[in-house]
Every structure is written in C-alpha cells, then in structure tokens.
Ligand binder design. Structure first.
Ligand SMILES: [Zn+2]
Length: 257
C-alpha cells in the first residue's frame, strides 16, 4: 500500500504537497537516485542538498531536533543528562531541488533510514522537525508497531506553531470526524488524509498536555503487549476508546467553539 501510494505520488507530482509525510517501510536497502550535489555530514546525519548553505541549515535543524527529543525522552545516560549517545549509522537526508512529489521517512530492511525533503518547501524547518521525529521514534522502538495516529500526531507536535495551526484547520471546519476508536485502529493512510492528520495531532496534543509526554511514551510501550485500548486504561485511566473520545472532543470543542 505504501509503495503504491508513493508510486502514485511520484507519477503525479503535487502542486501542494500533502501535510506531514509518508512513512514508508521496505525490506530492501534504500537507494537514492540523482543525489543533489552538496553534502555535509555529522555523526548522526548525512545531508545532501542542491547547495551547501541549504545542506548546512538542514543538518543543524536535524541534529537540534534529534538532541531535543532524545533529551526529553530520557535517552541520555543518568550521569551525563546532556549527553545523547550517537546512532550506530547516520540517517540519510536528501533535499531535492525539484519537488519529489512527497515527503517521506523511509526505513530500509538493513536498518537504514532515509528522509526525503524539498528545497522549495516554505516550511522546511517544520518539515525537518516532523521527519526527524519519525526517525527518532522508530529507531527508539525498532521492529515495534507504532500506531499511525501516534506516529503522525507526535511528529506534528514537533512542528512550528504556524504549521500546527494550519494542519488543524480541516478538523475545525469538518462536518464529520473519525471516532477515536476508528482513528486509533487506522493502519494505512485513509482517503481523508487531511482530517486524519488534524485529528491525530489534536488527540496527541491533548494527551501530552493532559498527561505528559512521558506518559504518552509509556502508553506506546504498554500498547506493544496489551493493545491500545487496554494500554489507555492502564496508563491514562480511560475505560475505553469511547471514554477518551468524550474527554478529547469536549476539550477540542471548548477550545475551538
Ligand atoms: Zn509524518
């Protein structure tokens, strides 16, 4: 499905790219064609871009987002709280001169990770923060199923405020929405993808603000063995999907009358 979606997007380059990105998983090593000319490297990222200034800027954003997330998510050793251990291999970031048709974080079967960006993206810093969040999350829990709503919701939570505001608009103006039960069980990007992103972000933001980011990660870890509905009850105390739906939707409506 992802390969099909990516293939379709490549065949029909978009004037206005979709929000966020496509998470793409493949069993084969990732190959990148037509690499842009300028390349800069740090311990954790290899960035290729149309020019060296863009490459340097993107590399700085990548490292900053990675460090911020790993520190917040307590990946630093207890005796060196500011030290974040490096990844075993760098994440490959390709910034295309021309719109590649999609933004993506692609996880290869050999452990490689490739982030696809576009130099003309007016919100490039926000997009970098989003995609690096996907990489940090998946590399933290290799081989685990990360629910699609949480993966995208947490990534949008790292974006800049203007972009978050824009991405929420489809939910403010929607005449219908996914129930929390539907949203949490979505495994592939649905047809109403703008609404899906808006709701995923809104629900994730609600849980982070009400219960804290550490609790959200505990929920994710609990869901690996218990499933999401039981993990909701154990970690947050919601009896079921419907109880969370009522609490979240009530809060959203009061903040967006
Ligand atoms: Zn994404």
């Amino acid at each position: 499905m992802f390969a099909l979606l990516v293939a379709l997007l490549i065949q029909t380059p978009l004037e206005n790219p979709p929000p966020g990105c496509v998470i793409h998983q493949t069993r084969t090593p990732v190959t990148v064609r037509a690499a842009p000319p300028a390349a800069v490297r740090s311990v954790n990222f290899l960035v290729e871009a149309p020019d060296s200034a863009t490459a340097e800027r993107v590399l700085a954003w990548c490292e900053a987002m990675r460090s911020e997330l790993l520190r917040r998510w307590n990946s630093a050793p207890a005796d060196h709280p500011n030290a974040v251990p490096p990844w075993p291999r760098p994440v490959h970031v390709v910034v295309h001169r021309h719109h590649p048709g999609f933004y993506a974080t692609t996880f290869g079967g050999d452990g490689s990770v490739t982030i696809t960006l576009w130099a003309g993206d007016l919100h490039l810093e926000s997009t970098v923060r989003h995609e690096v969040c996907h990489a940090v999350l998946h590399l933290r829990y290799p081989g685990r199923y990360i629910p699609r709503w949480l993966d995208e919701g947490l990534a949008v939570c790292q974006e800049l405020p203007d972009e978050q505001h824009r991405l929420l608009e489809p939910l403010r103006s929607a005449s219908r929405r996914f129930s929390v039960r539907q949203l949490m069980l979505i495994r592939e990007y649905p047809r109403e993808v703008l609404l899906f992103y808006a709701q995923s972000y809104s629900l994730t933001d609600f849980l982070v603000k009400r219960h804290g980011e550490a609790a959200l990660l505990r929920f994710l870890e609990a869901s690996f063995n218990l499933g999401q509905e039981a993990a909701l009850k154990q970690v947050f105390g919601y009896a079921d999907y419907e109880a969370l739906d009522a609490a979240w939707w009530s809060a959203f409506r009061s903040e967006n009358p």
